[in-house]
Design a protein around this ligand. Structure first.
Ligand code: MN
Length: 202
């Protein structure tokens, strides 16, 4: 997990805006990274300025332990702090487009063990993402016992309060795909496997 605390910033992309073409278009990456992600950062910083006692605590700790956050700040930390964490993870798990992108052998073995095959994992994960009602995320997580589990979260919720570690997280909000794919989240989820950076996933 990234080491992030106040003051929060938008972490720079580890690739160019157009590097994900044609899976994700440059305009979508630019708006998503510079506007949507930035808005969560700005709103979280506003909340943090009002609650100085939270400023020295890592974001991961605040999200994992909501009871550490005063009730008046809890909703903002959940929504905006979740938005900051989720967008950092999402953008960092992508890499420049690669035709026939596949996980390295050792990761494929892990996916085989849990899901039967890489193809089966992709199918189950994509179905989970397509089934998210409204806005949210599809997430491959690791339980405290080390098992791999596909789960989903609504809005900007994270899996952290549930004791799960996010390994691969895909943003299925419309802002992540609408310019290119319009209402077809399924098509977006079909193409995104060409830009997954498996080196940072597992
Ligand atoms: Mn997003």
């Amino acid at each position: 997990m990234p080491y992030m605390s106040y003051p929060y910033i938008v972490q720079p992309l580890p690739y160019e805006y157009d590097a994900l073409e044609p899976a994700i278009d440059a305009e979508t990456v630019r708006i998503h990274h510079n506007n949507h992600y930035q808005t969560y950062v700005d709103k979280l910083n506003v909340t943090m300025r009002a609650f100085p006692q939270l400023q020295g605590i890592l974001l991961e700790k605040l999200l994992t332990n909501p009871h550490l956050v005063p009730p008046a700040a809890r909703e903002s930390v959940q929504h905006n702090g979740g938005g900051v964490m989720n967008h950092y993870l999402f953008f960092n798990m992508l890499r420049p487009y690669r035709d026939m992108n596949r996980p390295p052998y050792d990761i494929e073995v892990k996916l085989d063990k849990s899901f039967g095959s890489y193809e089966n994992f992709v199918r189950e994960f994509s179905e989970a993402g397509a089934d998210v009602f409204g806005s949210g995320y599809a997430i491959l997580t690791q339980t405290c016992k080390g098992a791999l589990l596909i789960t989903t979260k609504a809005n900007q919720d994270t899996v952290l309060p549930y004791g799960l570690k996010p390994l691969l997280l895909i943003d299925v909000w419309e802002h992540a795909y609408y310019l290119r794919y319009k209402s077809s989240r399924v098509d977006y989820l079909q193409r995104i496997w060409s830009v997954i950076n498996w080196d940072v996933v597992l």
